[in-house]
Design a binder for this molecule. Structure first.
Ligand code: GLP
Length: 271
């Protein structure tokens, strides 16, 4: 696992965008797994800048999003702040600013009438696309990847998942409150890729910033591998996992100085 620590959110975002852009440049039709939440917004802004100023080309890029709230779909008749779908988030924060083709975008359908069938179809689509080249991930404060809440099997696949109180509270504060939506009216279920699905990606890029994430980042990277912190599955990951943190999110890592040393050695000697 490569752990890169940057001084702040902006530098973390630039570093993540550079990694993603590297994949797009070396494989223009690469398959990206994308994430929502406040963490990747800066990364998406930097990718948009690279597209506009440096011609980063998304015309062949294919994407699969991690998750979507159940019962919610993109609603362009509402202003963005009232449409809390992840589909709308992706459209506003990335897709509408770049030259990605609509048919190359995949986001779980929160309005599906047959969630189980849909989840099987989503897994098949990922396979048909040849698998995910690079999966971008945040981490929830209860240690989840996507919406794989504590207790999710580390072999889980795309499915419907009930959300924990902690996740509902966090996402209410970050998104639903400003939409004027009542806490009790938030969706309590989501469609999410499973941990097993995520671990099949050929590369993983996990981001975390801010002091609020410091405890869970330390548990994820240095604690035991456990279904109680589903992101701890990163320790089982056999491909190339890169974790980019800001100083605050990294501040509770016991071996922080060692990770920084390794990263410097890699930069200096290119191994
Ligand atoms: C949600 C998403 C996750 C995301 C997490 C953290 O629960 N389903 O994919 O990682 O929030 O969000 P934030 O980046 O806002 O802290």
């Amino acid at each position: 696992m490569d752990i890169i620590v940057k001084p702040n959110y902006e530098e973390m975002s630039k570093c993540a965008a550079e990694i993603i852009a590297g994949f797009i440049r070396s494989k223009p039709d690469c398959v990206l797994g994308l994430a929502t939440g406040s963490t990747p917004i800066g990364t998406y802004r930097e990718l948009i800048r690279m597209h506009k100023e440096e011609g980063l080309d998304f015309s062949q890029v294919r994407t699969f999003n991690l998750d979507e709230y159940l019962g919610v779909g993109m609603d362009l008749s509402k202003p963005y702040e009232q449409d809390q779908s992840y589909a709308r988030f992706m459209y506003e924060e990335l897709f509408k600013h770049i030259n990605i083709k609509k048919e190359n975008i995949h986001i779980p359908d929160g309005l599906t009438k047959e969630p189980k069938k849909f989840c099987e179809w989503y897994e098949d689509e990922i396979k048909k696309a040849g698998g995910i080249d690079l999966q971008l991930l945040g981490i929830g404060r209860d240690g989840h990847w996507a919406f794989n809440e504590p207790g999710s099997s580390l072999a889980s696949r795309t499915r419907v998942q009930a959300l924990t109180k902690q996740t509902l509270d966090d996402n209410y504060e970050s998104f639903y409150k400003k939409a004027g939506i009542k806490r009790e009216d938030m969706p309590h279920f989501a469609i999410t890729m499973g941990i097993g699905t995520i671990l099949e990606a050929r590369n993983i890029l996990m981001l975390a910033n801010g002091i609020k994430k410091a405890d869970v980042v330390a548990k994820c990277i240095e604690g035991p591998v456990t279904s109680q912190i589903t992101a701890s599955a990163i320790q089982l990951y056999g491909g190339g996992a890169t974790v980019v943190l800001d100083e605050e999110a990294a501040s509770k890592l016991k071996n922080l100085e060692y990770y920084k040393h390794v990263e410097k050695m890699k930069r200096d000697y290119g191994f």
